[in-house]
Design a protein around this ligand. Sequence first.
Ligand code: NAI
Ligand code: MG
Length: 383
Amino acid sequence: MTKRLNIALLPGDGIGPEVMAVAEHALTLLIDRFQLPLTYTSFPWPSHAWHQQHGHMMPEDGVKQLRSFDAIILGALGDPGPLDAPDRFVLPDSISLSPLLALRKQLDLWACERPARWQPGAPQYLSDPRANDVDMLVIRENSEGEYSNQGGRLRAGTPHEVATQVEVFTASATERLIRHAFERARQRAKQRPIPRHFKDEKSAQVCLITKRNAQPFWGDLYTETFLRLAREYPDVDTHHELVDAACMKFVQCPWRFDVVVASNLHGDILTDLAAVLCGGPGLAPSANLNPEDGSIPALFEPVHGSAPDIAGKNLADPRATLLSLAMTLEWLAHHHPALGNAAQHLHDTVNADLAKEGDTSPQHRQEKGTLETGQRLYALLAQ
Ligand code: NAI
Ligand code: MG
């Protein structure tokens, strides 16, 4: 008998509930159309609203409750905005984002995968036509590094204050991350012809990002691990960029990148840039995974945050969340082929809608509101 799967939906704050409402409705349509062996539960936490009532972002056993699901989808956490809301209640980001970091760490979702592929119709901010070929996968370390939350503030609030923010890099987490990057590069190469902008004949490539000129301790650990593992993957081309140069090259020649592997902070920053290369924050999905243990629920979320500047205004693009839902269904597809078909259908539907958006002639101009985008997509999804 097919296992019945359960997905937890965590709308969160700001535009999170707006984009999640669209994803939830799309999910119900997909469940019906593909007879998916799937149910879902939507949670009012973690959120600012929950904090206002209960004094914390989520129940004490929140992670334990979510552990029993097969996958989790998060909208966004953080400042719920908008700035002129009468009941505006804002917590420091260190509190409002803590459930996300707790989930990533306590579930050991150590690999954050953020695909960045430009699709026809999406905004294109670069003038070089090769930018339409951007197709990279940024893999961000998700369990340690700069986000280890070690350190403190001594003599806080005085002119003699000292703040320390300690970065922690372990050999084991470095090795599993970099090995995963090589494995994913190999898998991707099997799924497509050699990209025409690659310099040599190898069809897979991994670029390591560090700041090893200024931060040599972890930079050297990453580099040595990378060079050692590269010997096991002679079919994969390798190169290295310092993170600042990588920012330049993401803009100058992003079509040259394939898999990019980076620390927690560097990966976080580079993936906002990669999102814009593919049309903007409203189109960039992501997955937080434990590739070694399929029994741990993976967490999927748009790359963007709670966008307080547009919250409550029907301006949020829900497609990054829909693409995150497609990644969720794809990740669960080994349970049942219908899940893979539903993922493909959702992916194709979002891309078909985007392609139409590229046609800006007045009779085809599309409404960009969250609700209008949802309505258009529901009609396509049901076809
Ligand atoms: P943000 O990603 O929320 O917004 C940056 C810019 O992108 C804003 O101008 C916003 O309007 C726009 N934007 C974001 N998502 C959009 C969408 N779906 N459609 C159209 N435009 C969109 O980043 P920001 O402003 O730095 O952070 C706001 C809050 O979100 C902060 O509290 C931050 O800590 C939190 N945050 C939470 C994340 C999460 O829950 N995973 C990730 C990133 C930030
Ligand atoms: Mg970020």
